[in-house]
Design a protein around this ligand. Structure first.
Ligand SMILES: [Zn+2]
Length: 707
């Protein structure tokens, strides 16, 4: 049985589907008798390039005569359609790439006069497949073509064609045929062939053909055979392996929620069902494209494809992704995966890795992934920096009052506790200006039983005394309840990183010990709570307070310019983003230090040879601490530099672990000279090394997809 594609191949120009720009130009050339000697038809497969070449040959050889459009029915036209016209030579370069074949068929025969008509037409399919030598042979003929010779060359890959050939041809670019045109043609064929169909099935076939008529007709033909001339949507889905919209929606939502387990189980069930994973990846990409459109311009019917019928679902998915850039990155990763899946033997692995990369940008070191992470950091920094003015009360404390108003900058927090003026807080009086580096107190809700809060503060103090880095994890923690067995500790939203850190054995042990000393034996449980608001940022005027190292008030000099850049271990990843040059600085919660000095800028590891290698300065590695503490420019450096302290190796390790947890491996810390400390103290040098720090177990990967 003749294939539908051949049976319904256009025999005249007006039967061509799509490609009007090509048809009209060629028709005009034929009518005006201005046919050139060489044409190049470029375009995706199945878009009618060879058909057009044959139509051109008919136009030249049809018995209608010159200057007329071919009728498609005379003997010459029929011979050309059948591929048996003696003056029309079809060469498939994909199978005749040898220079000898081209020489035989082109050079040796081109000069012979045509047999039947006035022209000899050479149709060369996939002309880019010719070897350079074959191309050169062709080029020679193209340079001085005999008057009766016309070349119609077709290619899906014009990039591979030599410029010397391109400059001698008239080029036409064929477009993918629109889904609507394809579908209309299928409807017409079904009527002619008496094939029953569900319109949705033809729509699916058209969409799947991706602009190629040949693919569309092949699919229709197979389905007609398979279903006994009754093409249903189910059968079409089965044959084409199209993933239904429901599954695609589920996968998109899992990607948005960074739910990797769901993604893996979806892939597993696709594999079980024998689905084509490449096809699935393509379907997912086109689904995400719709999500991207909705995310970028809203759910406007005009810009969405007709097939996208679940506008509400798309809108929900766009909202779940939150940011069009996230969807765009997902599309990029998917596109890479699709390319890789074409050539790999393990499509499943490639797909799973891609889905994981989309869900977990932290496991991905591409620029786009880093950009996504910075974007989400910026969002959390903004969220943190728009103080609500008060720490919301914990639920346990039963304070229903605060209902913080976002974006209201309250210079002096009305709540008593965060500000030192309201009275000394146990455990803080002893801190001196140059004392160890504590971090801001957790906001204590106003009406919380003061005894409980005081004890909790004690715990925090103890942890902090043991390790300021670990103590800082508790900076925003609020004790919610103590039932005699378990302490319930609440953290502000967005503290998943801190919670993750609390699961580390060393942190857990330290906190348990401190709790046991204050409350007696207890376990503890940490969770995020919307009721807890991070310590509010300091108001601008706070920065104007002159550095007063030995001030009479317990107010430390630490509230100074240097404090701006203080990377507080608590939120090392946020602060690193802030300290990064070029990122706009926004006041951070920890800048407002009520009663304690801010920890000194982290002089983590001195990588500058100057300090270590120049004994002339009297600095030895052992003396590095002293060197760091000495103010090298007494006259100009801000006073607080005097208060610099050197973190202990434990603290360094803790800070580094947190940075690594937040940014992944590849982060290390560089410390500038003391007078630059704080300006850009945290840098990534990208080698992942961190001297003296080795006990990181590599498992505390910060992941914000934990729910
Ligand atoms: Zn004819």
């Amino acid at each position: 049985m003749e294939s539908l594609y051949n049976k319904y191949r256009p025999t005249t120009f007006d039967q061509v589907i799509g490609q009007r720009h090509v048809v009209e130009t060629l028709e005009r050339a034929v009518r005006e008798r201005r046919v050139s000697h060489a044409y190049l038809f470029c375009g995706p497969r199945g878009t009618g390039k060879t058909t057009m070449a044959r139509l051109l040959a008919k136009a030249l050889l049809c018995q209608q005569g010159r200057g007329k459009l071919p009728d498609g029915s005379c003997e010459d036209c029929r011979l050309i359609a059948a591929g048996s016209h003696p003056d029309v030579l079809e060469i498939d370069a994909a199978s005749n790439t040898g220079v000898d074949n081209v020489r035989d068929q082109i050079i040796s025969r081109a000069s012979y006069a045509p047999v039947r008509g006035d022209y000899k037409v050479y149709i060369i399919d996939e002309v880019h497949m010719l070897t350079p030598a074959a191309f050169n042979a062709l080029l020679k003929t193209l340079e001085e073509p005999p008057a009766h010779v016309v070349f119609a060359m077709c290619t899906t890959d014009p990039q591979k064609i030599l410029g010397t050939v391109l400059s001698r041809v008239q080029r036409f670019d064929f477009h993918a045929i629109s889904d609507n045109d394809l579908q209309a043609h299928l409807v017409q064929l079904c009527a002619q062939e008496e094939i029953g169909y569900e319109p949705a099935a033809l729509e699916l076939i058209a969409r799947s053909a991706r602009g190629g008529m040949r693919d569309a007709l092949k699919t229709l033909e197979q389905l007609a055979l398979y279903t006994g001339k009754n093409v249903t949507l189910d059968a079409a889905r089965d044959m084409l392996g199209e993933t239904d919209a429901h599954t695609l929606g589920q996968v998109a939502r899992a990607l948005a929620a960074r739910n990797v387990p769901v993604l893996f189980s979806q892939v597993a069930s696709l594999v079980e069902a024998g689905r084509d994973l490449l096809r699935f990846a393509n379907d997912l990409a086109s689904h995400l494209r719709d999500v991207y459109v909705v995310s970028a311009v809203g759910a406007d019917r005009g810009v969405l494809p007709a097939a996208a019928d679940d506008i509400a679902g798309l809108s929900a998915e766009a909202a779940a992704f939150a940011d069009p850039d996230r969807v765009a990155r997902a599309l990029e990763v998917l596109a890479d995966a699709v390319g890789e899946m074409r050539s790999t033997t393990n499509q499943r692995l490639v797909l799973e890795v891609a889905l994981t990369r989309i869900s977990r940008p932290k496991s991905d070191l591409t620029l786009e992934a880093v950009a996504e992470r910075v974007g989400s950091l910026e969002r959390s920094v903004r969220a943190l920096a728009s103080p609500t003015g008060v720490a919301a009360a914990s639920r346990a404390a039963g304070v229903g009052e605060p209902a913080p108003v976002p974006a209201v900058h309250v210079p002096q927090a009305p709540m008593p506790d965060p500000m030192p003026a309201s009275g000394p807080v146990p455990g803080t009086e002893s801190e001196s200006v140059s004392g160890p580096a504590p971090v801001p107190k957790p906001p204590a809700p106003a009406n919380v039983p003061s005894d409980l809060q005081r004890k909790w503060r004690n715990v925090v103090e103890k942890v902090r005394a043991a390790s300021s880095a670990k103590g800082s994890l508790l900076a925003n923690a609020v004790l919610e309840a103590d039932d005699g067995e378990t302490l319930s500790i609440a953290f502000p939203p967005g503290s998943r990183f801190v919670l993750q850190m609390l699961r580390r054995d060393d942190v857990k042990t330290l906190l348990r010990t401190a709790i046991a000393e204050v409350f007696g034996p207890r376990s503890f449980e940490g969770h995020e709570s919307a009721d807890v608001v991070p310590v509010p940022a300091a108001p601008e005027p706070a920065y104007e307070i002159p550095p007063a190292p030995a001030a009479a008030t317990p107010e430390p000099a630490a509230v100074s310019k240097e404090a701006d850049y203080e990377p507080t271990p608590l939120s090392a990843y946020e602060s690193a983003a802030v300290a990064e040059p070029g990122l706009e600085y926004e006041p951070m919660p920890w800048n407002d230090v009520p009663e304690e000095p801010v920890p000194a800028p982290i002089p983590v590891i001195e990588e500058r040879p100057a300090t270590w290698d120049e004994p002339a300065q009297g600095v030895s590695p052992a003396g590095a601490s002293e060197a760091m503490q000495a103010d090298p420019h007494p006259g100009e450096a801000p006073a607080p530099v005097d208060g610099l302290e050197v973190a202990t190796p434990d603290e360094l390790a803790g800070i580094a672990a947190m940075l690594e947890g937040a940014f992944g491996r590849g982060v290390s810390i560089v410390v500038e000279e003391p007078d630059r400390v704080g300006k850009d103290a945290v840098e990534s040098v990208g080698n992942g090394s961190f001297g003296g720090y080795e006990d990181y177990d590599g498992e505390d990967d910060f992941s914000d997809e934990d729910d």
